[in-house]
Every structure is written in C-alpha cells, then in structure tokens.
Design a protein around this ligand. Structure first.
Ligand code: ADP
Length: 338
C-alpha cells in the first residue's frame, strides 16, 4: 500500500503540453478515479505513474520514494488495461502464472497464490481454458488476477471496463469496488465516463486539457463543484449554466458578483402558472421536447434566459406549453469564472 504524490508534473509531446503542472496526492488505500474528456491527459498521467512514460519535469513519489529514476518493473505497480493483453495460446492458469515464473516464485507458492486469487475473482472453474473460450468479463478477471498475484502496492486501471456491454460493465463495477475493499490497496482508475467515476471512486480527480479542475469526494464534486467545467461535466443531464447578467433581473438584488449562475435539471420544478415563491428563482419558458425515461421526464425548455433542461417526476405538462421553471435559491450555484 502506498500513497502517490505528483509534484509539479508536466508532460510535453513535441511542442504540446498535454499535462500541465499537476499537483495531486492520491491517498494510500483510496479508490481514486481520474476522469475527464478524451485527450485530456488521463492515460499519460497514469503511464507516468507506472513509469511507462517519463515526465518532462516534476517529481513522482510512490510511498516514501521518489520514483523519477525507477524503471516500471521496479515500481511495484500492476496495470490492467481495456484490451486485457492476455496471451492467447496460454490457459488462464498459465496466463496468471507467467509473471510469477518470471519472478522465480517457487512452484508451491505459485500454486497457492493462483488458487487463492482465482477463487477471489471467480475463475477457479476456468483455469484450464484458453482466453478465446472466455466471455469479456471473464477475460477481464484474468487480467485482474494476473495483476493481483504480483501483490502490488498500487493498482492502475486504464478504462478496464470499456470493452464490456452495459450489463456486464455494471456487474464488474461492483466487483471491482468489492475487490478494492478486500485488498485495501491503492487503486488508480482512469475513465472518461462520469457515471463510472461517481459510482466507483472514493476520490475523484477531474482533468481538463491537462489541468486538474477539482479533487474531491463524489458527493462534494456533485454538491459543491468549484468551477463551471466540473459543474457541467458531472451530472446527467448537465447543469444549466447562464451568464449571471442574463438572470440577474429575475433575482432579488443580493449584490452578488458572480460571472455565471447554474442549477441542476433535477433541482427544478415546472408549473403552468406563475405562482411565485419567495425563496425560488422563477424563469418563464416554453417546452421544446419531452423525453420520458420511465418514472422521470426530461424537458428541454426554451427559456427567457436561454435553453435549459429540467428533470422532474411530473409528466402532466405537455409539449409546446408555456411553463414556469422554479428553482429554490438554495439550489443555485454561483461561479466566478470558467
Ligand atoms: P486521455 O487518456 O485523457 O484520452 P491521453 O493522455 O491519451 O488522453 O492523451 C493526451 C494528449 O496527448 C492527446 O492529445 C494525445 O494525442 C497526446 N499523446 C498521448 N500520447 C502521445 C505520444 N506518445 N506522442 C504524442 N502525443 C501523444
């Protein structure tokens, strides 16, 4: 187990800075998720931690040790990728055992480790099968088992579930969370999927264009985003954000100096009359589309201050009708700048 510290870490490819002066601490034993849009530098950051890529400047610490000059094989890190990288001609057992033979682990110990770990990941019945006869989820478990036998101090997982279908992905999410609890080892997990990040991580690092936008628990990221990027990136549908000056006329004069104002689609209600509430922002608008999700409905609304989305349990309001959106003041977010 170990904490990881990135100190002023920058990575430049040719002339492009893809990771910019990163300063983060990944807590010992945490399940930390690095999330952000495609191309924002997540994999590069992971690869620098693993030693597969060398940072252009800055320091990386794993545990008590600065690992700038430590080669990947000596960092005591195990990696799991989305493409599994299994050896097709070897059985499950041989795939798991391969790294142990390389490390000259004695046969008896190898047997014990393989049996213990295949039990944990549910592979015991498949040990003699070749990867081609396994499902995607089982292959991913082999990749995990192969990482686990190394007993690393850190697990690094790069979009490990993105090749699985939605149902299996859900199941594997739960399995990974349980596995992390059981092992207590630091997990660093990369995904571009905010739902995956929110449901799996106990700590989330939000990256955009190589810059850390926020580091917090999922709940704090959702309830207390400290910038408009985080606010819009987390949550489905995304937070509605408007220029403060466009909404100011509908608010009591509170003397706020914010640049932007936001509200989440799920923190609103709509009604067909302008009943004003003392403690709500009320915005008139017209429903453009109505998307029924089952219990909930998402309305796209052309409002007086701009287009927005509203998510509510009410389904009585019809398309094309004129409505009033109300948002409790307590559910408004104010942002200084982007
Ligand atoms: P993410 O994992 O967030 O999708 P990456 O870390 O893979 O992003 O990539 C970040 C940026 O760095 C991208 O613009 C990508 O094209 C670029 N990049 C990644 N690896 C290399 C490389 N080996 N050489 C040149 N550019 C690279």
């Amino acid at each position: 187990m170990a904490q990881i510290v990135l100190q002023n870490v920058t990575k430049t490819f040719k002339d492009e800075e893809v990771v910019k002066n990163l300063n983060v601490t990944i807590k010992d034993g945490s399940f930390t998720v690095l999330v952000g849009p495609s191309g924002c530098g997540k994999s590069t950051t992971l690869r620098m931690i693993a030693g597969l890529e060398t940072q252009t400047s800055g320091d990386i610490w794993i545990g008590e040790k600065c690992v700038n000059d430590v080669p990947p094989g000596k960092r005591n890190i195990a990696m799991v990728f989305q493409n599994y990288a299994l050896y097709p001609t070897m059985t499950v057992q041989e795939n798991i055992e391969f790294g142990l033979i390389n490390k000259k682990v004695p046969k008896e110990e190898r047997k014990k480790l393989i049996s213990e770990i295949s039990e944990i990941v549910g592979l015991t019945p498949y040990l003699n099968k070749k990867p081609q006869y396994l499902s995607g989820g089982q292959r991913q478990r082999v990749a995990l088992a192969r990482a686990m036998v190394k007993k690393p101090q850190v697990f690094i997982l790069d979009e490990p579930l993105s090749n699985l279908d939605a149902k299996l992905r859900n199941q594997m999410r739960t399995e990974l969370i349980q596995l992390h609890k059981r092992l207590g080892t630091t997990f660093v997990y990369v995904t571009h999927d905010q739902v995956e990040a929110m449901s799996m991580g106990d700590e989330i690092i939000i990256l955009n264009k190589g810059v850390v936008k926020q580091v917090d628990s999922p709940m704090d990221i959702y309830h207390d985003p400290n910038n408009t990027f985080t606010a819009e990136f987390i949550g489905t549908p995304a937070m509605n954000i408007f220029k403060y000056e466009d909404v100011r006329g509908l608010l009591p004069n509170v003397g706020d100096q914010a640049s932007f104002i936001g509200f989440r689609p799920e923190h609103t209600s709509i009604q067909s009359n302008a009943l004003t509430h003392d403690d709500c922002l009320v915005i008139p608008g017209e429903i453009v589309t109505r998307e029924t999700l089952g219990a909930e409905v998402i309305y796209r609304i052309k409002s007086k201050v701009g287009d927005c989305q509203v998510k509510t349990f009410l389904s009585t309001v019809e398309r094309d009708s004129n409505v009033f959106i109300s948002i409790p003041y307590d559910d408004l977010y104010f942002f200084d700048r982007n």
